[in-house]
Structure formats: structure tokens, C-alpha cells
Write a new protein. Structure first.
Length: 365
């Protein structure tokens, strides 16, 4: 039997697809690494069976639907055997596959109901409250707070608070903001949604998936390794963004979350260490350590998405740019001359047979 061959499979094996694989395989491998990495927020690790099955999906042998079916069958069969793994390994495997499915879909709705739908799809059959707003109040002891808790939303106000925060975010005029301003708004929105903690469990993973889907609407393709390698940092940064203890001189701050998103969206290389988030740490986050040393912060998010696309696709037409970043052709025709004038973009060899050259800006992933 193939399963008995038991070739040891590790998540690092996905790196070969990212380095050498076809575009479709690269994208699948990146999404799987993100989905599996997100399980770290709750200290969960996937089984080797999940890793092998994901490898078959990356190689194109099976669909994501078949992956989910195989994982379900695997755990149904284990019920009758004595070799049952840690029960939360089943959660890690199933949720990883479901995150991969959702992140691969092209649909999105900027509504509280879509966040609730994500939670239901991730945890159906695992939590009996999947996709249901909690009807009780909660506290959680946090390592990063030395055992203290964030003050989460009162359960009776969850729906109203979600609708308020979504309404506030919808009113933000992102095209008028530079990247630094936009980043702060995004971090504040994500941290506010997380602070509501709408569900009994699984809030960080549901929030992360929603945030990634939302960021894709800005035309971003981002470095999935940031979530893969620093998901626990992401959660701790959300905690620190929502914790005040004035008697100890501690104020809520999104600065840690901003460092995370700078790496994710702008390809910066800020060091993300959990120990720096602990309330006992003497030093605060040093935003001056940011690696962005060029025109990035003078660009809008749309402009950064355009530049990153042209860096990877220098021969793209303006129609192709518009499709990728989700803007009209008229908007693209307005943006490109502005970027050229500011010395961030150049057109070589004319309109017909030329190519785009991105200049004076760090967009490394």
C-alpha cells in the first residue's frame, strides 16, 4: 500500500515547488504553506498524511475537493483503530485544507456575513458553534500579557460592533492615502475585528483568512511566508493592539502589527520576535528600523500593487494591469504617468514593443 511506504514528508518539501515548479504549482504550494502555518496560532501541527496529500494536490494529481474527501475518510477510518493521533491534529488537517480552498477562490464579500461564513466553512464538524456568534462573554490568559487578558466585546453587542467597524472601514478613501497611512488603517481595522472575537474559538484564523481575501481586493500578491513563519507573532501583535494597562505604563499599539504587514505587503525584512511583544520587554517596537528607504511610502496601495505587478510582468499591457489590480483602464492610464514623473517607473523602447522598468523602490518579497 502506498500509505505504508511512509516516505517522510515535511512542509519544507513544498519549497521545491516554489523554486522550480510551474506557476500553478508555485501558487498552490504558497497557499498550502500559509494555511498550514496559520495552525500555529493555536499550537496545532498537521499530520504527515496531510502533507503528502497536499503534495499530490500541488502536483495536480487531485483537486482540493478530493483532498478534503481524503482527509475526511482518513479520520473516519482512524475511529476504528488505536493509532488515533492527537485529536487536534484532525483539526489542523481539515482547517488547513479548508483555508487552502477559500484562499484559492476568486470570490469575496466585504461584509460581516462573509467573515461568519469563513468561520463556518473552516470549523464545520469540528466546533458545534461553527459560524455562530458567541452568546457568552470570554476572557483568555495571554502569555504575551503575562497572564492577563484582552477585554473582548460584550456578546450582546457583537453584531452591532461588527457592522459599525465594517461601515467605518468602507468609508476610508484609500486612493487618497499614501501607503503608510493606508497600512495604519488596515491594521486598525483588522485588530478591531479581532478584538470583537465574534466566535467561541478560531477567531485568529478566521480573521487572518478574511484579511488576506480583503487585501487581494487591493490587487496585492504578497509574501505568504510571512503568515507561514510568523502566525503566532501575528496573534500576539493583535493582542498588543488591544491591551491597555495604564498602571503599568502599557498602551494599546498597532506598531507590532504594522511591522508584520509591512513585511507581508511591502516585502520589508523587519525582524518579528515574539519576545519583543511581551509586556515585560523593556524596549518598544522601533519603527525606524523599517527597511523601506525609498518611494514606497509616497505611493498609494494601488500604486504599489501596480509596481509589484510590473516588476514581475514588465511586458504587461495597460489592460492586463487594470485586470490584475482591479481598476479601470482609465485609472491605470492616470497612474502610470504619475509614477513615471516621480521616477518610480520607466517605459523602455516605446509603446508597441517596449517594457516597463520599476525604479528606485524596494519591492522585494
Amino acid at each position: 500500500m502506498i500509505e505504508m511506504m511512509h516516505i517522510c514528508y515535511k512542509m519544507s518539501d513544498f519549497d521545491k515547488y516554489i523554486r522550480q515548479g510551474e506557476p500553478d504549482s508555485k501558487e498552490k504550494a504558497r497557499v498550502w504553506q500559509t494555511a498550514i502555518g496559520l495552525q500555529d496560532v493555536d499550537g496545532l501541527k498537521p499530520s504527515e498524511y496531510l502533507l503528502r496529500t497536499a503534495g499530490r494536490h500541488i502536483e495536480g494529481d487531485i483537486t482540493i475537493g478530493e483532498v478534503k474527501h481524503l482527509i475526511d475518510s482518513y479520520y473516519q477510518s482512524k475511529v476504528n483503530r488505536k493509532d488515533i493521533e492527537n485529536e487536534r491534529t484532525e483539526e489542523a488537517d481539515k482547517v488547513s485544507a479548508r483555508i487552502t480552498e477559500i484562499l484559492s477562490e476568486k470570490s469575496f464579500s466585504f461584509t460581516p456575513d462573509y467573515l461568519i461564513l469563513i468561520h463556518r466553512r473552516l470549523f464545520e464538524g469540528l466546533y458545534n458553534f461553527a459560524g455562530r456568534l458567541r452568546d457568552y462573554d470570554i476572557t483568555k490568559k495571554e502569555w504575551v500579557l503575562d497572564g492577563d487578558t484582552v477585554l473582548y466585546s460584550n456578546h450582546e453587542l457583537i453584531r452591532q460592533t461588527l457592522e459599525y467597524d465594517f461601515g467605518q472601514e468602507k468609508s476610508v478613501d484609500y486612493p487618497s492615502l499614501d501607503a503608510n497611512q493606508a497600512l495604519k488603517h488596515i491594521c486598525k481595522f483588522v485588530s478591531d475585528i479581532w478584538q470583537i472575537h465574534p466566535f467561541g474559538e478560531g477567531n485568529t484564523r478566521a480573521t487572518a483568512v478574511f484579511a488576506m481575501k480583503y487585501l487581494h481586493t487591493f490587487g496585492f500578491t504578497f509574501d505568504n511566508s510571512v503568515f507561514r513563519e510568523h502566525s503566532w507573532y501575528f496573534r500576539n501583535a493583535l493582542v498588543r493592539a488591544n491591551y491597555n494597562n495604564y498602571s503599568k505604563g502599557i498602551s494599546a499599539t498597532t506598531v507590532f502589527l504594522e511591522l508584520f504587514f509591512r513585511n507581508l505587503l511591502f516585502g520589508e525584512k523587519n525582524e518579528l520576535h515574539n519576545r519583543a511583544l511581551h509586556v515585560a520587554a523593556l524596549q518598544s517596537a522601533n519603527t525606524d528600523g523599517s527597511k523601506s528607504q525609498n518611494g514606497t511610502l509616497n505611493c498609494t496601495l494601488d500604486e504599489i500593487a501596480l509596481l509589484k505587478f510590473l516588476r514581475d510582468h514588465p511586458e504587461a499591457t495597460q489592460n492586463e494591469i487594470a485586470i490584475h489590480i482591479g481598476k479601470s483602464l482609465r485609472t491605470v492610464k492616470r497612474m502610470t504617468p504619475s509614477l513615471i514623473e516621480r521616477g518610480l517607473l520607466e517605459r523602455e523602447n516605446g509603446k508597441r514593443n517596449g517594457k516597463w522598468v520599476v525604479k528606485n523602490i524596494n519591492l522585494d518579497d
